[in-house]
Design a protein around this ligand. Sequence first.
Ligand SMILES: C[S@@+](CC[C@H](N)C(=O)[O-])C[C@H]1O[C@@H](n2cnc3c(N)ncnc32)[C@H](O)[C@@H]1O
Length: 274
Amino acid sequence: MKPGANHEPTTVTDPSAAWRELLKQQPASYRHVCNSRADFRRARRLGLVWRRVLRLAPVPKNGGLFELGCGGGHHLAKLAIQGFQVHGLDISAEVVERTREYLSSVSQFAPIRASVEVGNFLDYDTHSRAEHFDLVYHVGVVEHFLDAGQRALIWNKMRELARPGGWIVSIVPCGMHLLRQRARTEGLLGYNIPEIDYSCDLHTREFEAAGLSKVRCVSHNYFGFLPAAHAPWSSAPIRQPTLLAANAVLPWLPISEHWKELIATTLIAVGQNA
Ligand SMILES: C[S@@+](CC[C@H](N)C(=O)[O-])C[C@H]1O[C@@H](n2cnc3c(N)ncnc32)[C@H](O)[C@@H]1O
């Protein structure tokens, strides 16, 4: 399949069931721990991706955030420690239980405002929380919905949850980088649930079609795919300085995202609920 192609299936399937099964069978997946001060310091670190997201989509200091497909609560905890009030939804009851345990262990070290629930976002009743959140996001979830209609439904529901002026944020794997096809054929993605190859162009079009304004899509995490590639030229002594230099400089260079996508591991799309 050509990179960037929209992998439209002939029948519409909901990948959520595959996730539910996978996570039931893998008790260690998306299980995070916070048992020591060192764990807490790691959990608290916002990281480059969130610093970039919050520059692109600024929200009030103690604003409300909603995460679709929160997994084990890695992002929820990080953002709750920063002072945001967070709420997560995941289709896997097992994973939601892991999130509860993780959030409870984090709360031993700092007061946080966090909640989580089990549910399928495709059926989620957005009305009870309509226009409630300053930022509604997902990390690595929506690319698994191969059907464009289902993705449109998801963007629409996310928009309904955001207050007027609130942000929708999507963090997806970059489907355009140079090793993407190899990652796909050699199974380097970490799981076997199919996903579409997102480009900034496709993502921007989907956000605009969802009626979002101030839409931006940027590439992120340059050369982050190298560790999985095991190429001789990507050995650690070469890789570390390359990664550091590329990620410090490239975001600021006035090169089109189309070229940056070839070496980026992640795309970040933001749009505002006007
Ligand atoms: C690749 S994992 C990402 C987890 C988390 N966002 C992270 O980055 O650590 C995808 C998550 O989305 C959840 N998920 C998939 N379909 C869903 C749906 N329809 N509604 C809610 N959660 C869903 C899965 O159960 C899984 O935990």
